[in-house]
Ligand binder design. Structure first.
Ligand SMILES: Cc1ncc(COP(=O)(O)O)c(C=O)c1O
Length: 1011
């Protein structure tokens, strides 16, 4: 369409509008392939689309569109479609004669407000489901609609796709190969395709024809527009077209297609035989699209837009070709609640009717019972990662268990989520970031090496392969079995090398024949000797690498492809304990645990295992932990775990007995502290540490008044809550008690004082607190503050503030307490303790969270004078404080920080993160301030006027979680993202965090809500 055409000018559109519809409106040109489209806006704020057809357009074709819209609106008032506006003569299509004397048609439709699909970011599963639902609804609505023009020759009708064959010469060899892959498949199944259900379908749910609501957080698909491609054809084409566009730009297009199919099916039931064609038809739509682009490129060689728009289609086409077609079909079937594998039910029936026993497979063992072996993520039996990777230990534990259960074979693992597959071969990047394969698809039978394996049924060898290397199958055999109605496969992994050498492909085994032997530890490619036995209803084109472990996200499909061997051998005990569901856990908590306990995230996660910087849920899904400064040296650091376990096995008692450990820990801790802080008391938590510090200060000074920061938090006990403005000034709090003086949060970014003299101004506020206390005829007992105020929102104290404040406090006779519960033990990077950043030495230091790496141990370090005054004759006894187990653990934490140079890592990675975050902040001004030290950082999210944006912060957090990254927010306005990961956080981890943050910052809500 020529837009400079006088016959389609804005002025003409406005004139035609008035003449034909009696509407005065302002016209604005819109893109359109065939019609000249205008958005019309009236003074009454009503909007329309005016469509001026090309000259000599077939009126019947326009009539099809108008009738279709009228039919849809009438037969389903619920569905949103553009409304046909009749002209002043009551006609749905008006005509006029253009300047050249040619007849043209005119149509007016209501405008559907919203935005188009292609502009929506992110396009999440819910939105793609909504798209499917909308398309399915429309198809359901159009059942019964007929129009002679719907039956037409049309290049975009997938049923007529074979016209493309004449144009393949336009493509390169690799492109032709890709196109032919889909065309040949289409052509060879055409007979069955031709008889699939047909109706009039929209046929063009492309990313510019879908209107989405303006809601930026939970956008909804509102309507399909542009009915110009409607055609009478196979209904499944409509699903394929919606999928083809909705899965563009996705790393894993198949996974992205599932919600569309689910949505469609929920509105309009798709039949199994239709789903069989869906994979191919998605490819066919893309093939037509790239072919159209190639033809247009010849017509308009300088049109760069054509080049840009065909690129994503090609990218998807290649990806789609590499997607296993059968697996895609199984996924689509599962999405529509059919058995993912079409033979699943037949197999189950067959297995039920036939009797096999484990003795058939292991006649030399003569045991038909099994004893379950739990290798799941939450299994205590497998224990620590280091231990399950210690083959000798693993073997030893197995033998021991076997001795306890002599009458059974140790076995298990079907659909078990396992933490064992730690090699990156088991990981990939999906649409939502990192994914790990954890679900074991077969059953493992733990038996001695050289155990002979026999065929339980006649079978033909389809794979016989030996693959060296740990975490492989070692010797692998796959047999194909034939029943009267279907075929299936059995897989035998971890066989000996010799077994494979003696076997050939296509070799046939009779039931009862020996097919091979279990390989020994050094040749079986895995842990201790065992048989990995797996059943498969298809082998999906895999050769030697049929997966034995799958992604949890695909469990429904895999469990249908790979049935439970227990069905065959009738050994139902393979299933280990079933843990409580998350719902049960939540319900119980609600009923029997204190209501003030909170849960993180809208959909809470159940964590069952930790390893380094990762936490794992019950499915083995790994989350990158950027929050947990308690797991200081890494979750479940083996040296720390071991130190605790070993000491626990010997003795754990209180400090009234002599024990080496408390002294060793004291020495280790004092090495890191200034000489002046030479006396330690051990307690069990940060709260207890601060509680003790307050008692010490009060007994040293004889005073009760404490000065603390606004939004500071120092613990959950009575005295700690009394000095924690974060609590008493927050929800449920009742303000500062009589003996607490609060000074303003020393925030140089958004606080009461900014710019020059910030430190001085805030320390003057501390001075004012002193004066207030003194005016009441009392004096200061202590001043307590964190070197970086964590709950306050990672507030770095202004340079010089601490020194000036300490001077004032000391001049008044008070003590200075540094709460290092969050900041201590090397996290600051530059220094070991936070106060050292400020060149001061406190009178008391409290230490908590990191000291035990998760185990409850905390400490108070103070000067000799303070300690001596405190020891006034009253015994300080703490049942658990300083016990040998806690001390062994804490000592190992401190040693690990030193041995693994974790303070240096905090500095290097922290500086890197901070500088990269600052770069991001330049691009995304919502990141108002990046601050902190080492691996204790904060990012404050604000609008352009520096107002806090807690909703955006919360959105970001929850989206990060969906990408498998755990973050937390804090600050009085809940708008500060905190980054305080285990100190083993690597550059790779930092890069994952940064790139995911960037991705989410680009999302509509984060971008468009910035004002
Ligand atoms: C700065 C600070 N002090 C003290 C505490 C109290 O420590 P705990 O929870 O171990 O009692 C916390 C806990 O979050 C804290 O952040």
């Amino acid at each position: 369409m020529n837009y400079s055409d006088k016959n389609t000018s804005k002025a003409l559109a406005e004139k035609l509008l008035l003449e034909n519809y009696g509407i005065i409106g302002f016209a604005q040109k819109l893109p359109g392939e065939i019609d000249a489209n205008f958005k019309i806006e009236t003074a009454q704020k009503t909007s329309y689309v005016l469509k001026i057809s090309r000259a000599q357009e077939d009126i019947a074709y326009l009539d099809l569109q108008q009738k279709l819209l009228q039919y849809a609106a009438k037969s389903n008032p619920e569905i949103c479609v553009p409304e046909v506006v009749l002209d002043t003569k009551g006609k749905a299509i008006s005509t006029f004669e253009d300047e050249n004397g040619q007849q043209r048609s005119l149509r007016l439709l209501s405008w559907i407000p919203g935005r188009i699909w292609s502009s929506v970011n992110p396009q999440l599963d819910e939105l793609r489901f909504g798209l499917g639902l909308q398309c399915g609804n429309l198809t359901a609505t159009l059942q019964g609609f007929t129009h002679q023009k719907a039956l037409r020759n049309f290049d975009w009708d997938l049923a007529q796709a074979l016209w493309v064959k004449e144009h393949v010469h336009l493509f390169s060899l690799s492109e032709i190969e890709c196109i032919n892959y889909f065309l040949l498949e289409f052509e060879s199944n055409k007979k069955a395709y031709d008889v699939l259900r047909k109706s009039v379908i929209h046929n063009d749910a492309n990313d510019n024809n879908i209107v989405v609501s303006d809601d930026l957080i939970t956008p909804k698909v509102k309507a399909l527009i542009d009915y110009g491609d409607a055609v009478y054809s196979q209904i499944i084409n409509d699903v394929a077209i919606a999928c083809a566009y909705a899965i563009l730009h996705h790393r894993d297009p198949l996974t992205a297609a599932i919600p569309v199919v689910k949505g469609y099916h929920s509105a309009f039931k798709l039949a199994e035989e239709e789903l069989d064609f869906l994979y191919n038809l998605i490819g066919i739509r893309l093939v037509i699209s790239v072919c159209k682009s190639a033809i247009n490129k010849i017509k308009e060689p300088n049109n760069d837009y054509l080049l840009i728009s065909e690129k994503p289609a090609w990218e998807l086409l290649y990806k789609w070709k590499n997607t296993n077609k059968d697996f895609a079909s199984y996924q689509f079937r599962a999405a529509c609640n059919y058995n993912a594998h079409p033979k699943e039910a037949a197999f189950q029936q067959w297995a039920f009717n036939n009797s096999f026993s484990l003795v058939d497979v292991f006649p030399s063992i003569q045991k038909s019972k099994i004893h379950p072996l739990d290798l799941s993520v939450s299994s205590k039996w497998i224990g620590h990662e280091v231990e399950f990777n210690d083959l000798d230990l693993f073997e030893y534990k197995l033998q021991k268990l076997q001795k306890e259960h002599t009458d059974a074979i140790l076995a298990g693992g079907y659909l078990e989520p396992r933490p064992l597959y730690t090699s990156t071969d088991f990981d990939s990047i999906g649409n939502n970031g990192r994914m790990s394969r954890t679900i074991h698809l077969g059953v493992d039978y733990w038996l001695p090496e050289k155990t002979p394996i026999h065929a339980f049924l006649d079978g033909e060898v389809v794979v016989a392969n030996y693959c060296e290397g740990f975490k492989n199958y070692g010797g692998l055999i796959i047999l194909k079995h034939q029943t009267s109605t279907f075929e299936f496969y059995s897989l035998y992994g971890h066989l000996s090398k010799e077994s494979i050498e003696q076997i050939k492909k296509q070799q046939k085994f009779k039931k009862g024949a020996c097919i091979g032997y279990l390989g020994s530890q050094d040749e079986n490619g895995s842990w201790a000797t065992h048989l990995h036995f797996q059943l498969m209803l298809s082998i999906l084109g895999f050769e030697n690498d049929f997966p034995g472990v799958a992604y949890h996200e695909q469990i429904e499909v895999w469990k249908s492809i790979c049935p439970d061997p227990a069905l065959l051998f009738k050994t139902n005990e393979t299933e280990i304990k079933v843990d409580s569901s998350n719902k049960e856990l939540i319900d119980y908590r609600k009923q029997h645990l204190g209501k003030s306990l909170s849960l993180q995230y809208k959909v809470p996660i159940k964590m069952v295992r930790g390893a380094g910087v990762y936490l794992m849920d019950e499915h083995g899904t790994k989350y990158l932990d950027t929050v947990n400064n308690v797991a200081h040296v890494g979750h479940e650091h083996y040296a720390v775990v071991k130190a605790g376990q070993e000491q626990m096995a010997l003795i754990n008692t209180n400090t009234r007995y002599l024990h080496e450990n408390i002294n060793v820990l004291a020495k280790e801790l004092l090495k890191t502290l200034p000489k002046k802080l030479s006396v330690l008391h051990f307690v069990n938590s940060g709260s207890e540490a601060n509680e003790l510090a307050l008692r010490m200060a009060k007994s040293f000074t004889g005073q009760k008044d404490i000065i603390a920061s606004e939004v500071g938090y120092h613990g959950n006990t009575n005295a700690c809550i009394d000095i924690s403005s974060y609590k008493f000034d927050g929800k449920g709090g009742s303000g500062a008690p009589e003996y607490t003086q609060i000074f303003p949060l020393p925030d140089a970014y958004r606080g009461a004082y900014r710019g020059s003299n910030t430190a001085e101004n805030y320390s003057m506020e501390v001075g004012r607190c002193i004066e207030k206390i003194q005016k009441k005829g009392r004096n200061v007992a202590a001043f307590i503050i964190e070197p970086i105020i964590s709950c306050g929102g990672q507030i770095e104290l202004p340079e010089g503030f601490l020194e000036a404040s300490y001077q004032k406090i000391r001049a008044a006779g008070g003590l200075c307490i540094s709460d290092e519960v969050q900041t201590g033990c090397g996290r600051m990077g530059k220094t070991y303790w936070g106060f050292q950043l400020h060149g001061v030495v406190p009178d008391i230091v409290t230490i908590g969270k990191p000291l035990g790496n998760g185990h409850p141990i905390a400490a108070v370090a103070c000067t000799q004078e303070v300690a001596d005054t405190f020891a006034n004759g009253m015994e300080f006894f703490n049942t658990f404080g300083g016990n040998p187990v806690s001390c062994a653990i804490a000592t190992e934490v401190l040693k690990t920080v030193e041995r693994e140079q974790l303070q240096k890592n905090a500095l290097v990675i922290g500086d890197y993160l901070k500088s990269e975050l600052n770069k991001l902040a330049m691009e995304f001004p919502i990141l108002g301030n990046v601050r902190g030290q080492g691996l204790f950082l904060g990012i404050e999210l604000v609008d352009s006027k520096q107002n806090p944006v807690p909703k955006q912060t919360d959105y970001l957090l929850n989206r990060m979680k969906e990408y498998g990254i755990l973050m937390s927010s804090d600050g009085p306005d809940h708008n500060v993202l905190k980054i305080k990961p285990p100190l083993v956080f690597s550059k790779e981890n930092a890069d994952e965090l940064l790139s995911t943050l960037e991705k989410i910052l680009k999302e509509d809500y984060m971008r468009l809500s910035f004002k």
